[in-house]
Structures are given as structure tokens and as C-alpha cells.
Ligand binder design. Structure first.
Ligand code: PXP
Length: 241
């Protein structure tokens, strides 16, 4: 079955709106876990706008499922990842002004630096994923420098006008196919929702999706448990076909 990582950053966004204790990200993570999520994903941003260092530490202590830490490949955050040792780190580009992660990582343009980051993560037993656009050059570069997986950026697909949808899906399918051939595990994420997930779940060999905003947004109305379960039901349906 394609596995689900729930990104709980926006539970922390709501908490940080009042700089208080609620809603608690650990409670959210445990509800996702009980609902059947396979992984909890958090992005420790350099500006700490939502997830805080303490959240990552607490999650590492209490999670029974895997923790996936999204992060920029910068010394401060690399040091934290080495100390906390999440199951996976997903390297993402980070720009302080952006509302959310905007594009994929330029792996081919910084192979040497990123290879060093990957090697050091591997020494600590941490798997490394590269968040890349569905671009064959970036997939090749990720394989060359020893990444374990690529997370294909689905933002362009999620935002595409009707007439461009097929084209964006084809890019994702092609990138997935090449990643499989190169021995990379294939993940996908960004902008995925209950309404647009199904075609993405058909990316060849897809192993994992990471979904945040839509699950947390729907949780306000239908509850977190139900919001996780409706995504799991889609993944199960596609996996069984
Ligand atoms: N995957 C990665 C690498 C991301 O940066 C994000 C956004 O933090 C997500 C998945 C989740 O995106 P969304 O919140 O749009 O579901």
C-alpha cells in the first residue's frame, strides 16, 4: 500500500498564532497515528514560524510511526537533525519570504555540497529524500549523489489549469518511472487533497505521499481522525487496483 505521511506543521501554525500550548502537535500526531498514518512529517523552518525544536524532540520520544523531518540543508538545522535522528530527512529549498515551499531543490546545481549532507546523514543512520520538481535531470542528480528517495513536488499539478493537468501528470509519471529505474524510492507531496490525490497515487512505483494543509483544513470540520482516514481510503483503493 502507498503510505501516508501527515504533515502537522499547520497545527503548530495555529498554536503559534497565540504563542500558547494549544493545539498540541504531539496530540495531533498521536491522533494521526491511531487513525492509521504511517509517518508524521514536520518542517523545522529556519524562521521557526510553526514547528519548534521542542516539538521535534517530543515527537521523536513519543511516536510509534516514522518521523520525517523536512529541512533546508543549512548547518544549524543539519546539527539538530544529527542530534534528534529522525527516520528520514527530506531536503527542501527554503526561502524566508515564501508562504510555503515553492519549488523543488536544485540538486544538479549543488551536487557536491548535498552529497556531503547525505553522507553525514547516512553515518547517523538517517535516510535522505530530495524534494525535487518532476524533472529528469534532478532525479538523475539525486541518484548520483546517493539519495534514498525523491519526493516529487506535486505543486504544479495541484495548481494547474484543467488543460495543463494531463501534461503535469505525465511529468510526474515519467519522473517516477526514471526514479524507479535508478533505484530511488518515489514519494510525492505538496498541494495534494482528497479531490486531486487519486491520479497522483498512480505514479509508477509510488511508495509514499506527504499531505498537510488539506488534512488539517478538513480536520477543522470533520475531525482529524476522519480527515486522515479519507486519504487512507483513497490510497488503499488505488493500491488494490
Ligand atoms: N512535502 C514537502 C516536501 C513539503 O515541503 C510540504 C509542505 O510543507 C508538503 C509535502 C505538504 O504540503 P501540503 O501542506 O500542501 O500538503
Amino acid at each position: 500500500m502507498i503510505e501516508l505521511g501527515v504533515n502537522i506543521d499547520h497545527v503548530a501554525t495555529l498554536r503559534e498564532a497565540r504563542k500558547g500550548r494549544v493545539p498540541d502537535v504531539v496530540m495531533a500526531a498521536k491522533i494521526c497515528e491511531i487513525a492509521g498514518a504511517h509517518q508524521i512529517t514536520v518542517h523545522l523552518r529556519q524562521d521557526r514560524r510553526h514547528i519548534q525544536d521542542r516539538d521535534v524532540e517530543r515527537l521523536k520520544e513519543v511516536l510509534l510511526v516514522r518521523m520525517n523531518l523536512e529541512m533546508a540543508a543549512v548547518p544549524e538545522i543539519i546539527k539538530i537533525a544529527h542530534r534528534i535522528t529522525p527516520y528520514t530527512v527530506c531536503l527542501v529549498p527554503e526561502n524566508r519570504q515564501e508562504i510555503t515551499t515553492e519549488g523543488g531543490l536544485n540538486v544538479s546545481g549543488q551536487k557536491e555540497g548535498l552529497k556531503k549532507v547525505i553522507d553525514e546523514m547516512h553515518e547517523k543512520g538517517i535516510k535522505v529524500s530530495m524534494f525535487v520538481d518532476p524533472d529528469i535531470e534532478q532525479v538523475h542528480a539525486s541518484a548520483e549523489i546517493g539519495a534514498d528517495s525523491v519526493e516529487l513536488h506535486t505543486g504544479a499539478y495541484a495548481n494547474a489549469e484543467e488543460e495543463k493537468l494531463v501534461n503535469e501528470l505525465e511529468r510526474l509519471y515519467e519522473a517516477g518511472k526514471v526514479a524507479n529505474q535508478l533505484g530511488l524510492a518515489v514519494h510525492a507531496g505538496h498541494g495534494l487533497t482528497v479531490r486531486n490525490l487519486e491520479p497522483v497515487a498512480k505514479i509508477p512505483g509510488l511508495k509514499e505521499v506527504n499531505i498537510g494543509h488539506d488534512i488539517i483544513a478538513r480536520a477543522i470540520f470533520i475531525g482529524l481522525d476522519s480527515a486522515v482516514k479519507e486519504i487512507l481510503a483513497i490510497l488503499e483503493k488505488v493500491s488494490n487496483k
